[in-house]
Design a protein around this ligand. Structure first.
Ligand code: IYR
Length: 228
């Protein structure tokens, strides 16, 4: 007997594949994602706007609390605005790195990445994409709509965004030049949104280098609990 719904429902029949094909596809996807690295050295070669649009469309397919999709991706391609973002980010980062705002423990954790307050990539990369999280919604009459699981939802959407860029052969960095209030100002976003992650987007520079990091092995990130 068909269930009675208070809202429209439609059938959903995701593809089923033979076991060996499932594993082969899973392995291929894992190996593809395992080749992704965060990049701090970009080429200034132009990237079609459509690629950025497709990555945002992909991010927008993410699951979200109560399907509220509490995100906005602000896209910046013009050199003047990129320069304003770089200059404002570097003001904050100089305070972090040279002004002592990063704790000694934090500096120590960052040392292997050799990061510093120079954020030249914010001008070199052809696109900057700033993801904003909607802390709450606003109805047309100005009253607030409570949003649920905002951090989880926006984090997942940003993960999809990163994966989509990687699938297109593009690189990015999850940059958080804290505090990020300057992005609200420069991007002209309303008070219910807070800057979440700033992504430079482009091709990796031909001579780009990344730290020689390893990833935790499976047995350190997956445990099975059984009641048997
Ligand atoms: N926002 C600074 C510091 C920084 C913090 C973390 I945690 C990193 O993984 C990397 C950098 C910066 O971008 O340099």
């Amino acid at each position: 007997m068909a269930r009675q719904h208070s809202h429209p429902f439609i059938p959903y029949r995701p593809d089923r594949r033979p076991g060996a094909e499932m594993v082969a596809r899973g392995r291929e996807f894992f190996e593809h994602m395992d080749r992704r690295r965060s990049v701090r050295f970009f080429s200034d070669e132009p990237v079609p706007r459509e690629c950025v649009e497709l990555a945002v469309r992909t991010a927008n397919t993410a699951p979200s609390g109560a399907h509220q999709q509490p995100w906005t991706f602000v896209v910046i391609g013009d050199p003047q605005t990129k320069r304003r973002v770089r200059e404002a980010a570097e003001v904050e980062e100089r305070e972090n790195y040279e002004g002592g705002r990063l704790t000694p423990e934090w500096r120590e954790a960052l040392a292997p990445l050799e990061t510093g307050s120079d954020k030249g990539y914010l001008e070199v990369a052809p696109w900057l994409v700033v993801c904003f999280a909607e802390k709450y919604g606003v109805r047309p009459d100005g009253t607030r709509v409570k949003h649920y699981y905002v951090n989880e939802s926006v984090g997942i959407a940003c993960g999809f965004f990163i994966a989509a860029l990687h699938a297109m052969g593009l690189s990015t960095l999850t940059h958080t030049p804290n505090p990020m209030a300057f992005l609200t100002r420069i991007c002209g976003r309303p008070a219910n949104e807070r800057p979440y992650i700033l992504f430079p987007v482009g091709y990796a520079a031909l001579d780009a280098e990344v730290p020689d990091l390893t990833r935790k092995p499976l047995d350190r990130v997956m445990v099975e609990v059984s009641g048997a």
